[in-house]
Write a protein that binds this ligand. Structure first.
Ligand code: GLN
Length: 545
């Protein structure tokens, strides 16, 4: 039977609760336990797939095609597990399921209420994950902060779990912030006391409090929190801000959180083995020569919009013993050739990640042109592949007209077009080509060499695709189709000949990278970029458009 750890947040959001949960997963897995994770999101959207990246950051896609919260990406990277749609539960999903059951008549004339109907539905999701994953420990993060109105049904459901699963099988961890007051030069515990009080009002007494802080936490404050919040001192875990999130498992381990969880839940474990993780952190923290990568996108004001891309670049840089320096470039600012040159002139590699809609597209095309003409390594992800194909077609057909029908429905050269099975779809929620699909690689290409195998599976999230009517003409000009769906119908990867490394894929490799195992395309992209010298690089051809 699985044991449950529920993690709530107090005081403010964005203190790193997701990283704390992922890190707890790392330290439990390092003891030989199997771990699965679930994120509860109190908003009413069914999933974040329809939300703007500015609202929500990246949409993380699981192998089975669920569009989920970006915390799932951290869980996968830290715990090295592949999660499924069962790992992200939203209020939208819960209510829509309860209401459709009511419409079907499943409740036999009963009055449908938050308690017990909504809370039962929530608990059924915990149990479903436990049954399906058969994990020793199920970690469940409640999104938002204690005190939020919309989070109450989730808190009530996790409270009931102590009785449902048995007292010895459930642990509550509360993650709070100790704010620092500059004037009095001290950290304050009162907000933590208040948020623990909020939890207690609901009937939850935390077993562990993780205290986030930007400064070292004196022992006396642990005593104080222990006294006021009724938690043993050793269960008040200080978590000061560290230079890399990947260090958090080591901090928690050092504070003996792993042992505490094992003891409280009476888990049967092996000796902890964090050797590999420790050596990763050592390499990450050693100073190295930088590698400058320009990330050209339209949501760059919010780094979270490219969370997995940034992490995948980091993983690849660690492997090559480089310090990653991302130059965040707002694609709308790439208009005139001087602008393109001034913003990209120090870039040793250019990456154009995914995105939707026309804003900023022309700037991304300019970035792809700059990479092609100046022979700067380029990695295109989903939209970044479509942009690379548009740019290549403009060069090949000597015309400014090639485009995607997403941006110019009447273009004379629709080199990227809506997929045929997308044409009849009207709704926006969960209607893209989503999740894992196979791709066959062509030997002798950059992509084939990177993976070193013939058949791969990668995660997708798109509506548009390479238009096969242009295959021949573009291949004739030097576009290499290096990955195709096994039936040969869909172009999944393409690259440019006579270029050090210009590769783009229709899928999202960023969702599959791990700190210790960088994704092959990211690894080879950084490998190509690290040796590029950029002093005084100038575009050889005048830039049009
Ligand atoms: N907008 C493009 C499409 O739908 C690209 C999507 C993406 O980058 N995820 O095909």
């Amino acid at each position: 039977m699985s044991k449950y750890i529920f993690v709530t947040g107090g005081v403010v959001s964005s203190v790193g609760k997701g990283i704390a949960v992922a890190s707890i997963g790392t330290i439990l897995k390092s003891r030989g336990l199997s771990v699965s994770v679930q994120k509860l999101d109190p908003y009413l959207n069914v999933d974040p797939g329809t939300m703007s990246p500015y609202q929500h950051g990246e949409v993380f896609v699981t192998q089975d095609g669920a569009e989920t919260d970006l915390d799932l990406g951290n869980y996968e990277r830290f715990i090295d597990v592949n999660l499924t749609q069962d790992s992200n539960v939203t209020s939208g999903q819960i209510y829509s399921s309860v209401i459709s059951k009511e419409r079907r008549g499943d409740f036999l004339g009963g009055t449908i209420q938050v308690v017990p109907h909504v809370t039962n539905e929530i608990k059924s999701r915990f149990k479903k994950l436990a049954e399906k994953s058969k994990a020793d420990v199920i970690l469940i993060e409640v999104g938002g902060t204690v005190g939020d109105i919309e989070g109450l049904p989730f808190l009530e459901a996790i409270r009931q779990m102590r009785k449902d699963a048995g007292r010895d099988n459930v642990l509550y961890i509360h993650v709070t912030l100790l704010p620092y007051l500059k004037s009095s030069q001290e950290l304050k515990t009162k907000p933590t006391q208040h948020s623990v009080n909020e939890l207690r009002k609901i009937g939850i007494q935390p077993d562990v409090i993780i205290c986030r802080s930007d400064y070292p936490i004196p022992d006396s404050l642990r005593d104080k929190i222990s006294l006021f919040c009724d938690v043993e001192k050793e269960a008040v875990i200080p978590l000061p801000t560290v230079s890399t999130v990947y260090e958090v498992p080591l901090v928690l381990e050092e504070k003996k959180l792993g042992q505490l969880i094992i003891d409280r839940l009476a888990l049967d474990v092996k000796q902890t083995d964090l050797k590999e993780w420790r050596s990763l952190i050592t390499r990450l923290k050693e100073p190295h020569e930088p590698v400058n990568i320009a990330l050209v996108g339209k949501y760059v004001e919010l780094e979270d919009a490219y969370y997995s891309v940034r992490e995948s670049l980091k993983h690849a840089a660690i492997q090559h013993n480089r310090d990653l320096n991302i130059i965040w470039v707002q694609s709308e600012n790439l208009k005139k050739p001087e602008e393109v040159d001034s913003l990209l002139k120090t870039a040793q590699g250019i990456i154009v990640p995914g995105g939707f809609g026309i804003r900023g597209i022309e700037g991304m095309v300019q970035a792809a042109r700059y990479a092609r003409v100046n022979k700067i390594p380029y990695l295109g992800l989903c939209l970044g592949m479509q942009v690379m194909v548009i740019e290549f077609a403009r060069y090949a057909f000597n015309s400014d007209n090639p485009n995607s029908t997403e941006f110019d429905p009447a273009t004379e050269y629709p080199v990227i077009d809506l997929m045929s099975d997308q044409r009849a779809i009207a709704g926006m929620g969960h209607t893209m080509r989503l999740g894992n699909y196979p791709c066959k690689l062509v030997k002798g290409t950059h992509a084939g060499g990177a993976y070193g195998e013939e058949l791969i599976q990668e995660r997708h999230r798109h509506r548009y695709e390479f238009n096969n009517n242009f295959r021949q003409s573009l291949q004739g000009k030097g576009l290499v189709l290096s990955g195709l769906s096994p039936d040969g119908n869909l172009v999944e990867i393409c690259e440019v000949v006579d270029h050090p490394w210009m590769v783009a894929c229709q899928f999202h490799p960023e969702f599959g990278s791990r700190p210790n195992q960088p994704h092959p395309l990211f690894r080879d992209f950084i490998g190509a970029a690290k040796d590029i010298l950029r002093e005084g690089a100038q575009p050889e051809l005048p830039l049009t458009n």
